[in-house]
Design a protein around this ligand. Structure first.
Ligand code: GLA
Length: 386
């Protein structure tokens, strides 16, 4: 792909690219909607991702082109005037990153051209947006030789999401895309940002990614609403408990104090945040013990909690996950990412992958009216120069 992109870059911009990079997408094994509640997450970077090329210019223009959005065409920006414009669509992600990078690095004082192309399906909950954010940052770091730490870039990606795009997301996606390591998942404590690389080895089992093919847009979703429901629940608990986040609570403590949360919906949201955090720690232990059955059961429990307590699944994701859970050789299945649509994952015996796809496709088509897609991809490094 990158060779074809080099030729395209030359055609589009009339110069050779100076730098090239790749940023992966991600799945989250478990630990959903815990990252803005001070809990644990357990994601892995995947080999689907976004490729990019860039070269500096002698003026103050920034030109951006995506092979995935040829209909939108070339977007031309002024380095000194970077503001959100709805019509700029995908280009708002790089724009936000460039704006915030420039604040920290005044040495970014000339324009540049960027070409990108990705193979992460859009709106599939595999973090195509964090992928483009980190890719942009990495290209600019390379172009201007910036002394930019990965963690700083990760935070700039999250800031872009929160303040430029208006999505109050946590740090999981940018973190795993910035820090990922081939064949490893990361157990991240979002309260402290301490993390551990964990070999993502499942013996005779593999992770299947199943796409609902229903598009989800984070900004339009109820994501921000869930976050504020959790904040309200936390505020109620803080009347009697000296805690900074829901992630500090065990399930036993939660049960003892949950009646402080008067609103029944908020109580369920908090219960998910607390129980999911416990499951994530248990899943980490189960994987370390090669106890794949236990790991699978935790995936199933996670899905149920996201369905009933957090209410972020919907018919499409439920059909995928719950059908998969019934297939022989499947140890567990759950939605992954923000939810509402996008993808689910299943832990399936390698010999049963075809059976899983056949069975899930059949039931999904009958119920939803169109087919899901499946991906089997390896676990990748984080953003890197190529
Ligand atoms: C999205 C957000 C993440 C995280 C997940 C849910 O992917 O970007 O920060 O909250 O949803 O776990």
């Amino acid at each position: 792909m990158i060779e074809a992109m080099r030729n395209k870059f030359k055609d589009l911009f009339d110069v050779q690219a100076e730098v090239s990079a790749f940023a992966p997408g991600r799945i989250n094994l478990i630990g959903e909607h815990t990252d803005y509640n001070g809990g644990y997450v357990f994601p892995a970077a995947i080999e689907l991702g976004t490729y990019g090329l860039a070269a500096r210019r002698n003026d103050k223009l920034i030109r951006l082109y995506s092979n995935n959005f040829e209909n939108i065409g070339m977007i031309t920006l002024d380095l000194d005037n970077l503001v959100f414009e709805k019509d700029d669509d995908w280009a708002n992600y790089p724009k936000g990153v460039i704006k915030y990078l420039k604040e920290s690095f005044p040495g970014i004082n000339q324009g540049f051209d960027i070409l990108v192309e990705g193979n992460i399906p859009n709106g599939a909950s595999l973090s195509s947006s964090a992928s483009i954010e980190l890719l942009t940052g990495w290209l600019i770091k390379a172009l201007f030789n910036l002394d930019l730490e990965r963690l700083e870039l990760i935070k700039i990606g999250q800031r872009t999401e929160n303040h430029f795009m208006g999505v109050n997301s946590g740090i999981m996606d940018q973190f795993i895309i910035g820090m990922g390591k081939s064949e490893h998942a990361i157990l991240l404590d979002t309260a402290t940002l301490e993390y551990d690389f964990v070999p993502a080895k499942f013996g005779d089992y593999a992770i299947s990614i199943m796409n609902t093919n229903k598009r989800r847009s984070l900004t339009e979703s109820k994501y921000n609403e869930r976050r504020s429901e959790c904040e309200s629940a936390l505020a109620s608990l803080q009347q009697e408990l000296n805690i900074q986040s829901l992630g500090e609570l065990t399930m036993d403590q939660f049960e003892m104090y949950q009646m402080l949360i008067k609103d029944e919906v908020q109580r369920r949201r908090a219960r998910h945040a607390v129980s999911e955090n416990e499951r994530t720690k248990l899943a980490h232990q189960a994987l370390s013990d090669n106890d794949f059955e236990k790991f699978g059961q935790l995936l199933n429990d996670s899905h149920t909690s996201l369905k009933n307590d957090y209410e972020v699944t919907g018919m499409e994701l439920d059909t995928l996950a719950e059908t998969a859970q019934q297939v022989e050789g499947v140890l567990g299945a759950r939605m992954t990412g923000a939810g509402f649509a996008g993808c689910a994952i299943a832990l399936v015996h390698k010999k049963q992958i075809k059976a899983l796809e056949d069975e899930v496709s059949k039931k999904y088509l009958a119920k939803i009216g169109y087919e899901p897609s499946f991906y089997h991809v390896g676990i990748s490094d984080g953003v890197k120069t190529i």
